[in-house]
Design a protein around this ligand. Structure first.
Ligand code: CA
Length: 369
């Protein structure tokens, strides 16, 4: 069997015979003799979508059926091995790089919308050009020292990228008690700068970097504290507040500061998160980069809640039911919609490819995924 190897994101390809950059566009226009890549993609400002993120970006999700005795069945554990192998992350349904339809797996329901799908809609030449470097528990220092090295791009031969750096909580969130395990503004500034310098060394000129700030996680406790956690669903007896304190007692909470019945700790954690955001804003204002322009963007969480509630939704539907911490499928999709509107207003989105309809007509789903 003859296998064609392709490399997503490759720029300036001919693709007269093979689709070497995986976007489902190849061949030659019989009328002009030019390749379709040259006619429809070459000058279209095509870009790859990249997310450097944490478990929220990777879409951490534990199927609630694993914890609710009423729903326990062989069916409920169908995706167990897949889920554990992937560290309970579902990036293929996430706000950053989601592309699959959400009837899979059965425990995740709701719309799929993502930065990748939006950028693909703007320009079909972007098909299949996405990377998610999102790791559970990632904070600024781990991103700088280790994780960002997993981002693969070659500025000499590849297209520019539209990269989002979103570490929205772990620098103030972990299982340790107190403030000493939270990142300081100075550490945050230096680590983030190190990450961005590395990005600058491997991306093509004309790239865009969006730095997303940390969320105000107080909304989690405010929304869920007196509701029943899935483990208590049978007897109706365990609230989220009790669950959060229980996890803190064992020092295994994903976030001592925000998932805490003590309001002082919740406020102090937010205070530190806002200090880190100030450091991020000052970095973007002060530093310059060779191959991209960097922008700061507030996280979408506040507007996400406002919009869902204004539309008659229940705030708890935006949060993952088992961990009471991560955005749900609905939350992920609304995050995309809100962020995209903000980015459009900021004027940082690439232009629409005028040949999209012709690409769709000629290449259909472009080979799907
Ligand atoms: Ca191609």
């Amino acid at each position: 069997m003859f296998v064609v190897l392709c490399s997503a994101g490759r720029y300036s390809v001919d693709d007269a015979i093979e689709d070497t950059n995986c976007n489902g566009i190849a061949g030659r226009d019989p009328n002009t003799g030019e390749t379709y890549e040259s006619l429809w993609c070459k000058d279209s400002e095509s870009m790859g979508t990249v997310i450097l993120g944490d478990s929220a970006a990777a879409h951490f999700h534990i199927p609630p059926q694993w914890f609710t005795s009423k729903e326990m069945s062989v069916e409920a554990f169908k995706n167990l091995f897949f889920a554990i192998e992937n560290e309970l992350d579902w990036p293929m349904l996430s706000s950053a790089t989601g592309y699959k339809n959400s009837t899979w797996p059965a425990s995740i329901t709701g719309p799929v919308d993502s930065m990748y799908l939006r950028l693909r809609e703007i320009n079909r030449c972007n098909h299949r050009d996405y990377q998610s470097i999102s790791v559970n528990g990632a904070r600024a220092s781990a991103m700088a020292h280790e994780l960002v090295k997993g981002f693969a791009r070659r500025g000499m031969t590849d297209k520019p990228v539209f990269l989002t750096l979103a570490l929205i909580g772990n620098d103030v969130c972990n299982g340790h008690h107190g403030i000493s395990h939270m990142t300081t503004p100075e550490e945050f500034y230096n680590s983030t700068l190190e990450t961005l310098r590395y990005v600058d060394s491997i991306v093509a000129p004309g790239s865009v970097v969006i730095g997303v700030g940390l969320v105000d996680g107080r909304v989690l406790f405010d929304t869920l504290h007196n509701q029943i956690h899935p483990v208590g669903s049978y007897r109706n007896d365990v609230t989220y507040a009790q669950m959060y304190d229980y996890l803190n007692c064992l020092e295994i909470s994903p976030c001592f500061g925000w998932l805490n019945s003590n309001e002082t700790w919740r406020n102090r954690t937010t205070e530190r998160a806002f200090q880190l955001n100030d450091a991020f804003k000052s970095l973007v204002a002060k530093e310059s980069f060779k191959n991209f322009k960097a922008y700061y963007m507030e996280p979408a969480i506040k507007e996400m809640f406002r919009r869902w509630i204004a539309g008659g939704g229940n705030a708890s539907e935006l949060i993952e039911p088992v961990d009471g911490f991560h955005p749900s499928q609905i939350g992920q999709a609304i995050t995309t919609a809100v962020s995209f509107e903000v980015l459009a207003k900021m004027g940082v989105l690439p232009p629409t490819n005028p040949f999209n309809d012709e690409i769709a007509k000629k290449f259909g789903d472009q080979g799907d995924y």
